[in-house]
Design a protein around this ligand. Structure first.
Ligand code: GLC
Length: 435
């Protein structure tokens, strides 16, 4: 397909999903404003409508909680058939809840990085000045209310906070969670997408059970850390946070703001990240289950996120790339699996080619891998993955995720971040040269 036509189609997906206030991640499946989706959508919008990119970010920040949390979803009082809805979350029980309806959990903190990228290309000092305090408050909340062990690593209390909702990384933790009673609920996610491409019922029940636990605790941060049955330190989340801290620091310097607090987070994370997550024997990064006090030995695409964060040494990066990414048994295309990059290693027994985060290729995670490879000078590998990602989009449209065997599309159609990142991949093939 012609590049110009792909650009036009990506722009029209973003325009069609635009409610005027925020952009829906998917027209039917995701009718509200999601946190990290919005950051990427703003990046996409910045290529053709900078004022709209800024208002996308302002709309997301309107959902910030009094304690600094930036929630995973801002509902914006738009009626929909989406579940769980604001009535289910009951955030009003918390004194920190904002006036606009939101969820009571967060998502990977990509926003400061996106603000920095946009600002470095099209300087917007007034906008940076406007949003900086909110970004700082969110990061401070992550490094305090979500620091369970004084490492400055943030923990997550729900798989939805990881952004990779039904990743097999969480299965073992879920086995230890035995809901006494799950509130009655009606799933909405299988209305527009076939069940085989969505999470299984057992996991879904636990997703809902956890929300019930949190609302009974009135979303009080200390109580969530003490009592959430699910408590983990996630590699993907923390790699994104580390990079976002560095970007926040760059913004602080430009604004003439002090950086001591941010410097402290960066120093402590740089040390603790590798100590906590790196597994010298396998050469992989593993998430950590804080409830059992042990690493989660599941090989998924999140092992490559530290490259995006600039955290591995050259040797660690080499092992990740040569032993795993290029290994046809795990991630590299081979035999029936022809496309980059499966969200779970094919060697995992839980690998499923069409089910959500169990195996399909996603444009977002491909973009993280491409950026990480560029950062470590693996340009010869980044380029075929970039090309393959664009081929998936050209072949099957802007889908939520793709079956990496034949490239067919799965999940939501007209998916916003797939469109936004297509613009990014076509117009700015690498961020590395923009530093
Ligand atoms: C799914 C994804 C999550 C994303 C949301 C909206 O829940 O797992 O990462 O933010 O959809 O697109």
């Amino acid at each position: 397909m012609e590049i110009t036509s792909l650009i036009d189609r990506a722009i029209s997906v973003l325009r069609n999903n635009d409610t005027g206030v925020f952009t829906k991640p998917g027209p039917h499946q995701y009718p509200h404003q999601w946190n990290w989706d919005s950051a990427l959508i703003a990046l996409g919008l910045s290529h053709f409508d900078l004022p709209r990119a800024k208002s996308e970010i302002r709309a997301l920040l309107s959902g910030q909680w009094g304690d600094g949390m930036l929630p995973s979803v801002v509902y914006h009082s738009i009626p929909s058939d989406y579940f769980p809805n604001p009535e289910f979350w009951q955030i009003k029980n918390s004194p920190s809840a904002p006036s606009v309806p939101t969820t009571g959990i967060t998502q990977p903190p990509l926003l400061a990085t996106i603000v920095r990228i946009i600002h470095s290309r099209q300087p917007t000092p007034d906008f940076v000045q406007e949003v900086y305090p909110a970004l700082l408050r969110w990061h401070r909340w992550l490094h305090t209310d979500r620091d369970a062990d004084d490492t400055d690593l943030a923990c997550i209390i729900h798989p939805w906070e990881s952004g990779t909702d039904d990743s097999p990384r969480w299965l073992h933790l879920f086995e230890a969670i035995r809901p006494e009673a799950v509130p009655e609920f009606q799933r909405g996610d299988t209305r527009y997408v076939v069940a085989i491409e969505r999470p299984n019922r057992t996991e879904y029940e636990r997703f809902i059970y956890l929300i019930d636990v949190f609302r009974k605790l009135n979303y009080t941060p200390a109580d969530l850390l003490a009592h959430s049955p699910f408590l983990a330190q996630d590699v993907l989340f923390n790699a994104i946070l580390f990079r976002a801290d560095e970007d926040l620091r760059t913004l602080a310097i430009e604004l003439g703001q002090p950086t001591d607090e941010i410097d402290g987070w960066i120093k402590s994370m740089r040390k603790n990240f590798n100590d906590r997550f790196w597994d010298e024997e396998t050469g992989l990064y593993y998430d950590f289950d804080l409830r059992s006090g042990s690493p989660i030995h599941v090989n998924t695409i999140s092992t490559f996120l530290p490259l995006f964060g600039g955290l591995p040494s050259k040797d660690q990066a080499r092992r990740l790339v040569e032993d795993h990414l290029l290994n046809p048994a795990e991630y590299a295309p081979a035999a029936e699996v022809r496309h980059w990059v499966t969200s779970t290693a094919k060697t995992e027994p839980t690998w499923e080619p069409r089910r959500y985060w169990r195996g399909p290729a996603w444009v977002i995670t491909n973009w993280f891998v491409i950026e990480g490879l560029q950062r470590y000078d693996y340009h010869d590998l980044a380029e075929p993955i970039r090309q393959d990602t664009l081929d998936l989009v050209a072949l099957s449209g802007f889908r939520e995720y793709y079956d990496s065997r034949d490239g067919s599309g799965c999940g939501s159609t007209d998916f916003s971040w797939s469109a936004a990142l297509t613009l990014e991949l076509l117009k700015s093939p690498s961020l590395v040269h923009e530093k």
